[in-house]
Write a protein that binds this ligand. Structure first.
Ligand code: NAD
Length: 279
């Protein structure tokens, strides 16, 4: 499944929508100097610019107080030029991540992490949803993978990938199993699945002998190794699966494309073009 190609098409569509709406802004907040976070922020800014969304770059030192960070988020919430607010995670240990996530105005929460948006997803009333699982659903649709009635296994249960992924698949009428760090005999579950989505962060966790012949396998993992960027699924799985996403060039570009699409959605909410079900 070629995520790079589909992402490119989605970005072209987003660029047209941005032009129609005129003047969108996406603010990112980066705290500290985590090297991976710096790369992600740079990629998001470049992508935003490429579709005509103005990136607003806010950076704070690692020792910033929680109060200062909350004040910055509050200012971005109130800023009329800004449609989306994204706080790059992880945050330093002295900051209460959940409190910061709650501080983002739900209508600008382009990461879909605010409890209001997460709750809407739980109820099957999609508002703003995390970009990575949205990107996976778009890939499954593009490659005409039947989801309704399929057995889907999601490996990983994080609030940003695994859990929203499981809910999206469930709402699309898959029969969903969620596996995680305490799951015993992972292969028993994955071998039974028509769709496997792996979001763990362990290179090669899912090998060819853990995949059912003809399954669709989506590798969300991004692991930096001496051999370069690799996913969580062993490359040999391609021989067994009907469809597999490569790393890089699979889910990564889709995540960025759907973040931009989320920013357009947030802009529509704020401009009253879409109804946002305020709490
Ligand atoms: P996380 O660390 O928050 O969650 C990892 C999950 O894996 C946990 O729920 C844990 O229970 C599970 N897990 C750990 N060990 C396991 C094991 N042995 N067997 C089964 N499950 C196990 O990570 P995350 O933020 O969800 O990210 C997961 C991976 O996806 C990472 O590699 C991350 O870099 C990548 N990621 C990629 C994109 C993208 O756009 N491609 C986006 C987000 C995350």
């Amino acid at each position: 499944m070629d995520g790079a190609a589909l992402a490119q098409r989605l970005r072209e569509e987003t660029a047209r929508e941005v032009e129609e709406l005129g003047g969108l802004g996406l603010a990112t907040v980066l705290v500290g100097d985590d090297p991976a976070s710096h790369i992600y922020i740079r990629l998001k800014h470049e992508a935003a610019e490429s579709v005509g969304i103005a990136p607003v770059d806010r950076r704070l030192d690692a020792d910033v107080s929680e109060a200062e960070l909350l004040q910055l988020v509050e200012n971005l919430n109130g800023d009329d030029e800004i449609d989306g607010v994204l706080v790059q995670l992880p945050l330093p240990d002295h900051i209460d991540e959940a409190r910061v996530i709650r501080a983002v105005d739900p209508v600008k929460d382009v990461d879909g992490l605010h409890p209001f948006n997460a709750g809407q997803l739980y109820l099957g009333r999609q508002t703003l949803v995390s970009a990575t699982p949205l990107g996976v659903m778009a890939l499954l649709t593009e490659y005409r993978v039947p989801v309704a009635g399929a057995r889907a296994v999601v490996v990983g249960r994080s609030p940003i990938v695994g859990k929203p992924m499981a809910l999206l698949l469930l709402h699309a009428n898959a029969t969903v199993t969620v596996c995680h760090s305490r799951t015993e005999e992972l292969a028993r579950h994955t071998l039974d699945a028509d769709i496997v989505v792996v979001a763990v962060g362990i290179p090669g966790l899912v090998s060819a002998d853990m995949v059912k012949a003809g399954a669709a396998v989506v590798d969300v993992g991004m692991n930096r190794t001496d051999a370069g960027l690799v996913g969580d699924v062993d490359a040999g799985a391609a021989d067994v699966a009907a469809l597999l996403t490569p790393v890089p060039g699979g889910v990564g570009p889709m995540t960025i494309a759907l973040l931009l699409a989320n920013t357009v959605r947030a802009a529509r909410y704020r401009r009253g073009l879409l109804a946002f079900p305020r709490p």
